[in-house]
Design a protein around this ligand. Structure first.
Ligand code: AMP
Ligand code: TRP
Length: 320
């Protein structure tokens, strides 16, 4: 079984990325051949400064490795170290129906947030389909917001297979039900573009400040509170043990505890949860060649697979 996922180096990783995509991806390393990449070609749709893109890519690699990605078990690489994906994206785009891409919600969302309508942004799902199909991937662990992209990938694979014969496997999205969407401090989906993120490796003071500013309703201290409508409770459920979660639920229902106390509890658990990752991050930073070695090793393996699949594709469509 081959497992593949990617993450854009367009900013700092937050706990929505962690629980929605990174943690499941890390867990899947044990179940098959995992390939995880830093999607720098994709990030070009929003990052326009070369130094920023390079720095972000390295930092995302560092953070992902610190969170438990194991380069001995998984293939970790940079998207742009496998330029064949852009060739496959072109080939896929020649069968991709306009209507299919016009229905893509992420494109519309990005325009609504003020991004310029470029061809690259519109074509993003085709490049993403190429990322997935070029490795004969079976399983793609992603957050819920990427589900439509996997559906588009399957549609394009079917189209290619119908047109040129069986070339591609149909990949499946693996979405974590428990953490479908991690809320941000305002209760909306956590996203760096909404500015409501709590970062995995934010400093202590800033992280505490963000947790203390989680938006709540105005239920008075004495009154009973609804845990199932509370962002504090939802975030706490991700980082605390079952007993601790049950205890917080009870205290919500009992009344007598204010939101500020719940937030303090949340901060402590959150800080503790990521402590081993912060430690691992420090260790990796001390080893000057660790990240580059992991990426170079990963690029080699990813290229081997991509070259094989591309031979099959080129032959099937008549390019060689
Ligand atoms: P992004 O770079 O923010 O588009 O997301 C990278 C990965 O993290 C994708 O697989 C997303 O689905 C996932 N992700 C991002 N934000 C959240 C969130 N708030 N809850 C769950 N998953 C998320
Ligand atoms: N589009 C994904 C995101 O924004 C990143 C990504 C690019 C990806 N290519 C992929 C995820 C292939 C899974 C598989 O988060």
């Amino acid at each position: 079984m081959r497992i593949l996922s990617g993450i854009q180096p367009s900013g700092v990783l937050h706990i929505g990325n962690y629980f929605g995509m990174m943690r499941p991806a890390i867990a899947l390393q044990a179940d098959g051949e995992a390939l995880y990449f830093i999607a720098d070609y994709h990030a070009l749709t929003s990052v326009r400064d070369p130094d920023t893109l390079r720095e972000n890519s390295r930092r995302i690699a560092l953070d992902f490795l610190a969170c438990g990605l194991d380069p001995e078990r998984a293939t970790v690489f940079r998207h742009s170290d496998v330029p064949q994906v852009t060739e496959l994206a072109w080939i896929l785009s020649t069968v991709a129906p306009m209507g299919l891409l016009e229905r893509a919600t992420s494109y519309k969302d990005k325009l609504a947030r003020g991004m310029a309508a470029t061809v690259g942004l519109f074509n993003y799902p085709v490049l993403m389909a190429s990322d997935i199909l070029i490795y004969d991937s079976d399983i793609v662990p992603v957050g819920k917001d990427q589900k439509q992209h996997i559906e588009i990938t399957r549609d394009l694979a079917v189209k290619m297979n119908e047109t040129f014969g069986e070339i591609f496997k149909l990949p499946e999205a693996r979405i974590q039900a428990a953490t479908e969407t991690v809320p941000g401090i305002d209760g909306q989906k956590m996203s760096k573009s909404y500015g409501n993120n709590i970062d995995i490796f934010g400093d202590e003071k800033e992280t505490r400040k963000r947790v203390m500013s989680v938006v709540t309703d105005s239920t008075p201290v004495e009154a009973t509170k609804n845990p199932d409508k509370s962002t504090i409770f939802m975030l706490y459920s991700l980082v605390a043990s079952q007993d601790e979660v049950a205890d917080m639920r009870e205290r919500f229902l009992e009344g007598g505890t204010g939101y500020a106390d719940f937030k303090k509890g949340l901060f402590e658990k959150l800080w503790e949860y990521f402590a081993p990752m912060r430690k691992r991050r420090e260790e990796i930073l001390k080893d000057k060649s660790y990240i580059d070695d992991a990426l170079a090793h990963g690029a080699k393996r990813a290229n081997e697979i991509a070259d094989q699949v591309m031979q099959r594709v080129r032959r099937a469509v008549g390019l060689r």
